[in-house]
Design a protein around this ligand. Structure first.
Ligand code: 13P
Length: 250
């Protein structure tokens, strides 16, 4: 059975007070020790250590929102995978659409980040998804194929990662994709994973992100190939996020 993953992307938001309060609420509300579910918090980089300390005796895991594709060295402003591991991260988001569009991260750069994370033992969460224009032009499957194959070109013996399908038109817009649409896309992604990783593809979690809330999450999770959620806005609401974490217990 694939594990269910609930991932909180806090983006570039929050301060010490807000993040400490939210983490304390989540620790109280999220049941610990469920073997088949994983809750991961992705705070902004300056708060990684604070969150790591707070969750160290819990089953909640820590992730970073991006990583450099380089080994440590003269790269002012960048953060190396080694440093993320050093402060307690187990996961890292790679290729979020905001990184792709606002920071010009192309497939080659994202592939470098993915490989670097895997090499160092960080579990990458590869974010993929089509824009509104691509969706309307019925290019979704072509875009996803390009985004996936760019990363797997050099990495076909690697298996410990998560895919997050986030249609750009659903992020922060309140327009959640229907469970049937997401399932059909996830099935397509699983077919690509199967071509590369064969039977192992069955173990790779594929989560959905884009305007997910407690109220629409159960219907998404009920689909065969939807293995969890990557949550933005609703992950700032402790009660919402705790409710979603309970839906992931299997
Ligand atoms: P929202 O849940 O706010 O739509 O954000 C989704 C997202 O970008 C998570 O990475």
């Amino acid at each position: 059975m694939r594990k269910k993953c609930l991932l909180a992307n806090w983006k570039m938001l929050g301060d010490t007070q807000q993040i400490s309060t939210l983490v304390e609420q989540l620790i109280v509300g999220i049941s610990s020790g469920a073997p088949n579910s994983e809750v991961v918090l992705f705070p902004p980089a300056p708060y990684l250590r604070l969150v790591a300390e707070a969750i160290k005796a819990t089953s909640i895991a820590l992730g970073a929102q991006t990583v450099a594709e380089f080994a440590p060295g003269a790269y002012t402003g960048e953060v190396a995978a080694e440093m993320l591991i050093d402060v307690g991260c187990r996961y890292v988001l790679v290729g979020h659409s905001e990184r792709r569009t606002l920071f010009a991260e192309n497939d080659a750069k994202i592939s470098g980040k993915f490989s670097r994370a895997m090499k160092l033992g960080l579990i990458p969460v590869l974010c993929i998804g089509e824009t509104l224009k691509e969706w309307q032009a019925e290019e979704t499957f072509a875009v996803l194929t390009r985004q996936l194959t760019a990363v797997f070109a050099e990495a076909n013996d690697l298996k410990d990662f998560i895919i997050a399908y986030e249609p750009v038109w659903a992020i922060g817009t309140g327009k959640v994709a229907s469970p049937e649409h997401v399932q059909s896309v996830h099935r397509f992604i699983r077919a690509i994973l199967t071509d590369v990783f064969h039977l192992e593809a069955q173990k790779i979690p594929i989560v959905y992100g884009g305007s997910v809330k407690a109220q629409n999450f159960a219907a998404l999770l009920a689909m065969e190939d939807i293995d969890g959620g990557l949550i933005g806005g609703a992950s700032w609401q402790a009660a919402e996020f705790i409710e979603m974490s309970k839906m992931c217990l299997i």
